[in-house]
Ligand binder design. Structure first.
Ligand code: ZN
Ligand code: ZN
Length: 201
């Protein structure tokens, strides 16, 4: 009944290339979340007038109030329940963790305990990635003058195009791949001409 979805996601952090991530999510529909939220509040707040008579009296109402609130919050916010997650930090490359059973929404901000940056787990579409990765001048490097060559790279079953010199890495959509190949060919031609030139002079 509760099917695990595996949306296309990646981890992003400003000024770093997108890092691969995989996640298994179970969608929790809103009506069910609202019912559970109401039940948590109704039950735990409802028992307050009764538990107040149990000695030593004062901790129980506070405990019931807070438990009800915490559960209600947990049920209300998370559109998805995480079944499994694997992801690498875009800044330092460490493995990031999300506990199975955690309720999250997308995009979801994580904290990397290696570098203390806060990468964001977000779904992506290939069309958008294509627009980000390439423009009229070709595939984007980190430095505009970078002379590195593009190579294909598979990370966890996701194809990427990565630069051999700078840190640039993009999702390998067909258009980006074609542009990268064209750029590599151009680069080889330039190298060839430079080599020829060296012999001629
Ligand atoms: Zn990190
Ligand atoms: Zn480069």
């Amino acid at each position: 009944m509760s099917a695990v979805e595996t949306p296309a996601v990646h981890l992003v952090l400003r000024s770093h290339p997108p890092a691969p991530a995989r996640v298994g999510l179970v969608h929790k529909p809103l009506p069910m979340r609202l019912v559970k939220t109401a039940l948590s509040l109704g039950f735990f707040w409802g028992i307050i007038p009764y538990v107040i008579w149990v000695p030593p009296h004062y901790p129980w109402p506070v405990l019931a109030f807070c438990t009800g609130l915490a559960l209600a919050y947990r049920f209300l916010i998370g559109r998805y329940e995480v079944r499994w997650f694997a992801g690498l930090c875009p800044a330092c490359g460490r493995h990031l963790h999300v506990a199975p059973g955690a309720r999250i929404d997308l995009p979801h901000t994580l904290t990397c305990f290696g570098c203390h940056f806060e990468p964001v787990l977000e779904p992506y579409s290939l069309a958008e990635e294509e627009a980000i990765a390439a423009d009229a001048r070709g595939v984007r490097h980190v430095l505009a003058e970078c002379a590195g060559t593009w190579r294909e790279e598979w990370v966890w079953d996701q194809p990427y195009v990565a630069c051999s010199r700078c840190d640039a890495r993009h999702h390998a959509t067909p258009a980006v791949l074609a542009a990268a190949r064209a750029e590599n060919d151009r680069g080889r031609l330039m190298d060839y001409l430079a080599e020829e030139g060296r012999f001629l002079t």
